[in-house]
Write a protein that binds this ligand. Structure first.
Ligand SMILES: O=C(O)CCC(=O)C(=O)O
Ligand SMILES: [Fe+2]
Length: 352
């Protein structure tokens, strides 16, 4: 994991915005979610990728505004072809159908490596920071999920453990690395939009994201008896948490269950919308932006359609990227500098 120092920005990014700014936001976005004071915009990213300078600027401001208000956005036309996303979901299902011992053979080892397979119950995401506290909630209600983490393939210190390239898993590694590359390109465009939205040079973040230190995370929430959620009221598929990195790209299937905490403290459904990717800001970006950007709590619970005795499996794929520090003047600075790699290891150590 590459360790980079926090770079404080000296830019007043929270100046009152002129009226025209809000008018341009209205043009660039619809709402994907609007409930209990939580408005998550649905943004046409083609207008950033291929639009006129005015369209690009308005889209960049909409992206930043979404991260500053909800902490979440939905993008459509984000330039990863739909059949590539579909294929990646299919390959992910192939992986999780392997026998348990084959998956354990490529098991997750350490927070520093953060690569490999975690069986159901291994990881407990939460808003807690202390390992003993997390252990208590894990024992009471383990997360009903399994995952496979894929890190940067060219990392000089850590190698990705790959399942044998045969049978159903033939070509799995190549497909995952291709998808990892496409996500990394999208991540860079999103960071360019954030920079432009902030009034910075578009390439401002490039030196911090050029290495591509990100984790592609395949997630499988197995089919589960519906009464599991009734017997244990604290039971969830993934506990409430915020993400650790800069931004997370989240591809979800059509099952539903993802919920985002509203400003009034209610969990609101982040309903899947075909052809979109959900993107949320993580703790490092919040910290780095002096909390002008929100790292919003979210979780995965039983699906909203509560018919039948068993809920079908849910799959999702997340790309999590780490990053380095925005404050108007040194006295406004809320956090000390931290290396992104050290921060991630600190959080992962408590979680596993
Ligand atoms: O599976 C999902 O929809 C959410 C996953 C998530 O929040 C995470 O991996 O951080
Ligand atoms: Fe998350």
């Amino acid at each position: 994991m590459d360790a980079r120092f926090v770079v404080p920005l000296l830019l007043p990014i929270d100046k009152p915005r002129p009226r025209a700014y809000h008018a341009s936001l209205a043009m660039a976005t619809d709402a994907a979610v609007s409930k209990d004071g939580l408005v998550i915009p649905l943004i046409d990213f083609a207008k950033f990728l291929h639009g006129s300078p005015d369209e690009r600027a308005a889209t960049a401001r909409a992206v930043l505004d979404g991260f500053q208000t909800a902490g979440f956005i939905y993008l459509r036309n984000y330039a990863i072809p739909a059949d590539v996303v579909r294929n990646t979901f299919g390959r992910s299902a192939d992986f999780f159908q392997l026998p348990l011992d084959a998956k354990l053979a490529v098991g997750w080892t350490t927070p520093e490596a953060n690569r490999g397979y975690s069986s159901p119950g291994r990881e407990k995401v939460s808003t807690l920071l202390d390992s003993a506290d997390i252990e208590k909630v894990r024992a009471a209600a383990p997360d009903l999920k399994e995952s496979f983490e894929i890190g940067r393939e060219s990392d000089p210190h850590f190698a990705n453990p790959w399942p044998a390239d045969e049978g159903r898993l033939n070509g799995f590694r190549a497909d995952m690395l291709d998808f990892h590359d496409m996500c990394q390109a999208l991540h860079k465009h999103v960071m360019r939009a954030i920079a432009l939205g902030m009034g910075l040079d578009e390439g401002f973040f490039e030196p911090f994201v050029d290495v591509g230190d990100n984790t592609l995370r395949l997630l499988h929430y197995p089919a589960v008896k519906a009464d599991v959620f009734k017997v244990n009221p604290g039971q969830v598929r993934a506990g409430e948490h915020s993400d650790y990195g800069s931004v997370t790209l989240l591809f979800q299937d059509s099952r539903g269950g993802l919920q985002v905490k509203s400003p009034t403290g209610q969990f609101v459904d982040a309903t899947p919308i075909e052809g979109t990717v959900v993107i949320n800001a993580g703790d490092l970006l919040a910290r780095w932006s002096n909390d002008t950007i929100k790292s919003t709590i979210h979780r995965v619970v039983e699906p909203p359609r509560k018919e039948g005795v068993e809920y079908p499996a849910r799959y999702s794929i997340a790309l999590i990227e780490t990053l380095p520090g925005t404050y108007a003047s040194p006295k406004d600075k809320k956090y000390e500098g931290i290396k992104s790699g050290d921060y991630l290891v600190q959080r992962l150590t408590a979680t596993y």
